[in-house]
Design a protein around this ligand. Structure first.
Ligand SMILES: Cc1cc2nc3c(=O)[nH]c(=O)nc-3n(C[C@H](O)[C@H](O)[C@H](O)COP(=O)(O)O)c2cc1C
Length: 231
């Protein structure tokens, strides 16, 4: 099995330890690729729209985006692990997600995404994690990923890993390791109902665009994929 981990921080702190615990049962026999943001992150989307109109290869940040996107396409399991910043996902995570917009279902989705599984691991001092997870969850949904599991924690005792009590650290790491164990004998996900529905709606949309005689890059892609007929 192949796994890619997008780490939302380069600090080897709390997020790092939780993610390591999750990966512990998955280390043997699996190929794990990791990226660390912001170091591996692209620059902010400039809004040029060249990805939508022409090709994502012409994005000014393609050099940074492509390796991450290619790795995501090649694996069975995608993991996002990041701390909560001001109640939301860190900016570097959002910046990366912005560059995947071109592969959202309404544009040029990749069929490989439909059978992937994903896990989102987040932690905060004590704030709810839901809003921060939603940024990534929304992207997974529109990229067509059917199976997304979320793990969110409140550290409660501080923000420095070594300063948390051993009892707290053990509780957090055990929860992550147990979650990792669920993926040891993982199978590809089945395309769920909401992804199927979204795909069907986008297909209708692409058909109606074609009827109007518009031949957009997105439209040509849907024809190439055999999802709509070009004649
Ligand atoms: C810029 C910044 C903003 C943060 N915002 C919040 C927040 O709104 N609520 C919260 O409970 N923790 C917040 N935290 C704490 C982090 O979620 C996290 O617990 C802390 O950074 C430790 O994780 P790390 O060792 O992986 O960096 C923030 C931390 C930073 C650096």
């Amino acid at each position: 099995m192949k796994i890619v981990v997008i780490n939302g921080t380069m600090v080897r702190g709390c997020t790092y330890h939780l993610k390591e615990s999750f990966l512990e049962p998955l280390r043997a026999g699996n190929e794990i690729t990791e990226f660390y943001l912001p170091g591996d992150a692209p620059g902010f989307c400039t809004g040029c729209k060249v990805c939508f109109m022409d090709s994502e290869d012409k994005c000014p940040h393609a050099g940074k985006v492509r390796p991450i996107w290619q790795a995501m396409l090649a694996v069975d399991l995608i993991v996002f692990a990041y701390p909560v910043y001001v109640m939301r996902a860190p900016g570097q995570v959002k910046t990366l997600l912005d560059h995947f917009g071109v592969h959202w279902m309404v544009h040029r989705p990749k069929r490989e995404m439909f059978t992937k599984r994903a896990v989102i691991i987040t932690q905060s001092i004590g704030a709810p994690n839901g809003a921060a997870q939603k940024d990534v969850r929304t992207s997974f949904h529109w990229l067509g990923v059917s199976s997304v599991r979320r793990l969110g924690f409140g550290l409660m005792e501080g923000v420095i890993w070594d300063e948390l009590s051993e009892k707290r650290r053990r509780k957090l790491t055990t929860a992550c390791r147990r979650c990792g164990e669920k993926y040891v004998a993982m199978r590809p996900a089945r395309m769920n109902l909401s992804v199927r529905l979204m795909f069907a709606i986008c297909r209708m949309l692409q058909k109606s665009v074609l009827k109007k005689g518009v031949h957009s890059t997105d439209n040509r892609y849907w024809i190439e994929q055999g999802w709509i007929r070009g004649d």
